[in-house]
Design a protein around this ligand. Structure first.
Ligand SMILES: CC(C)(COP(=O)(O)OP(=O)(O)OC[C@H]1O[C@@H](n2cnc3c(N)ncnc32)[C@H](O)[C@@H]1OP(=O)(O)O)[C@@H](O)C(=O)NCCC(=O)NCCS
Length: 234
């Protein structure tokens, strides 16, 4: 039975090596000490890397979890109606108190391994410039969607491109998904250009499927398979 343990989050190497009891007992001390344990046949099992936190960083940006201190940056982004409308939908203005509360709640939320929201920060000074989240995750078919927003002062610096490539790499190569999808409003020229430039395939259009700014808009579906990603970015 020990060898067949399939509980979520249990590293396959640990299960295969029959180290489940040892893993359960020693995982915290080992992680704290950054060490490793060895199986009875001396096969090394590095717990810090097989059950650790993936580092999502590129040349320009790094992706990290939300912190309560991020409230100010996101409150400012939320006041940029044009950008918010392009990303999702407009809401009535929020108080500072509510912005702080929501950011703290987000920071403390337990995220799913596949459905999460990350802050995009610059590599240079760790300043929050936007966010990226996965959603509509379908584990049976191996598909997922994502949303992204970069604050207007930080546009055209390659931040969105890099953040998307990083999230796709994690979802394709660490979580074994096979296709990424993105729905883009047909009036959002920046995002249409971004997805074409990244190599996404335009797969379809839902006509008159959203209302904003006094008019109806279509939604354009973009997709990229793991093979297309590998060919371009691996
Ligand atoms: C769309 C958005 C995420 C792009 O972010 P960004 O960090 O500026 O994008 P990048 O710098 O990575 O742009 C990569 C390429 O996309 C294209 N692009 C991006 N913005 C563009 C614009 N305003 N006009 C034309 N092309 C644009 C260009 O080809 C650009 O490369 P270049 O700057 O070398 O010409 C950003 O404009 C945004 O957050 N908008 C508001 C929210 C939103 O629309 N989210 C997407 C919902 S689907």
């Amino acid at each position: 039975m020990r060898h067949r343990d399939r509980r979520p989050g249990l590293p396959a190497e640990v299960a295969a090596a029959g180290l489940i009891d040892e893993y359960r007992v020693r995982v915290h001390p080992v992680l704290a000490g950054g060490g490793e344990i060895r199986s009875r046949n001396r096969w090394p099992v590095c717990l810090a890397s097989c059950h650790g936190i993936v580092r999502l960083g590129g040349e320009r940006v790094r992706l990290r979890g939300r912190e309560p201190e991020d409230w100010e940056a996101f409150h400012a982004f939320d006041e940029d109606s044009e950008a918010v409308r392009n990303g999702w939908r407009l809401e009535p203005p929020r108080s500072v108190a509510r912005a702080k509360k929501e950011t703290t709640e987000d920071a403390e939320k337990e995220w799913d391994l596949d459905e999460f929201s990350l802050v995009i920060v610059t590599k240079q000074d760790d300043a929050p410039v936007g966010s990226i989240n996965t959603h509509t995750v379908d584990r049976l078919h191996g598909t997922f969607s994502y949303g992204i927003a970069v604050g207007t002062p930080h546009h055209r610096k390659g931040y969105a491109s890099e953040a998307i490539v990083l999230v796709l790499r994690y979802m394709f190569y660490e979580r074994r998904f096979q296709k990424a999808e993105a729905w883009v409003y047909s009036s959002n020229e920046a995002s249409l250009a971004l997805h074409r430039r990244l190599g996404f395939v335009e797969e379809g259009r839902r006509r008159r499927s959203r209302y904003a700014n006094g008019r109806y808009d279509d939604e354009v579906l973009f997709g990229m398979t793991v093979e297309e990603y590998t060919e371009r970015y691996a």
